[in-house]
Design a protein around this ligand. Structure first.
Ligand SMILES: CC(C)(COP(=O)(O)OP(=O)(O)OC[C@H]1O[C@@H](n2cnc3c(N)ncnc32)[C@H](O)[C@@H]1OP(=O)(O)O)[C@@H](O)C(=O)NCCC(=O)NCCS
Length: 165
C-alpha cells in the first residue's frame, strides 16, 4: 500500500500478462518509453509482449507490480527484469516504474530483488545501460553501489555495473 492508498501486488511476470502489459504500455509517455527501451517504440506488438512475459526461469527473472483490481482492469505499475548473458556469468537489468507510482521507493525495492536473484545465481555482476540524460536511474543505481562508466558518445549511453561477491 502506497501513502496515497494505491495498492500494488508484486509477483513474477507470467504469460497471461500479455494484454495487461500492452494496455499498460499505452499509458507511458514517449519519453518514458525512450528511457526504458533506449529508442522510440510506438507500440508493444503481441509478439514482443509475449517475448517479455515468457521467462526461462534458469536464465531470466522478471517482476511486476500489478494494481490490486479485477484482472481485466488491473494495470501493471512497474516491471523489472534481469537476463543472463550467453555465458551465464553476468546479468543485464531493465526497469520501468510507471509515472503514477514513482518516488515511492519501488524502483529501489525492485532493483534490490534483482540483485538478490543474481546473488543467489552466483553471478559475477549485474549491469545495465542507461541513457546519459537519465539522471534518475543513474542516481538510483549509484545509491545501490553500481559504478557508472563513461558515456559512449556515439550512443549517449552509460554502463552501470555492480560487481557481486
Ligand atoms: C528511474 C526509475 C526506475 C526510478 O523509479 P522510482 O520508483 O521512482 O525510484 P525510487 O522511488 O525507488 O527512487 C530511488 C532513488 O532514485 C533517485 N531518483 C528517482 N527518481 C528520481 C528523479 N526523478 N530525479 C532524481 N533522482 C531520482 C533518487 O536518488 C531516489 O532516492 P530518494 O527518493 O531517496 O531520493 C523511474 O523513474 C522510471 O521508470 N523511469 C523511466 C524508465 C527508466 O528510466 N528506466 C531505466 C532504464 S535503464
Amino acid at each position: 500500500m502506497l501513502e496515497d492508498g494505491q495498492r500494488l501486488i508484486m509477483r513474477p511476470i507470467q504469460p497471461n500478462d500479455v494484454d495487461r502489459l500492452q494496455r499498460s504500455f499505452k499509458t507511458l509517455s514517449p519519453h518514458d518509453v525512450r528511457m526504458r527501451f533506449m529508442h522510440p517504440l510506438k507500440e508493444l506488438t503481441p509478439a514482443y509482449a509475449r517475448q517479455l512475459t515468457r521467462i526461462d526461469p534458469e536464465r531470466a527473472f522478471a517482476l511486476v507490480l500489478v494494481e490490486a483490481k479485477p484482472p481485466d482492469q488491473a494495470l501493471i505499475g512497474a516491471v523489472a527484469r534481469v537476463a543472463l548473458d550467453d555465458d551465464g556469468k553476468e546479468g543485464e537489468f531493465a526497469i520501468i516504474v510507471g509515472p503514477e507510482v514513482r518516488r515511492y521507493g519501488l524502483g529501489r525495492h525492485l532493483m534490490k530483488q534483482l540483485i538478490a536473484w543474481c546473488r543467489q545465481k552466483r553471478l559475477d555482476a549485474l549491469y545495465g545501460f542507461i541513457l546519459k540524460e537519465n539522471r534518475a536511474m543513474q542516481k538510483l543505481a549509484e545509491q545501490l553501489g553500481f559504478e557508472i562508466g563513461p558515456t559512449d558518445e556515439d550512443t549517449g549511453v552509460v554502463l552501470a555495473r555492480l560487481t557481486l561477491d
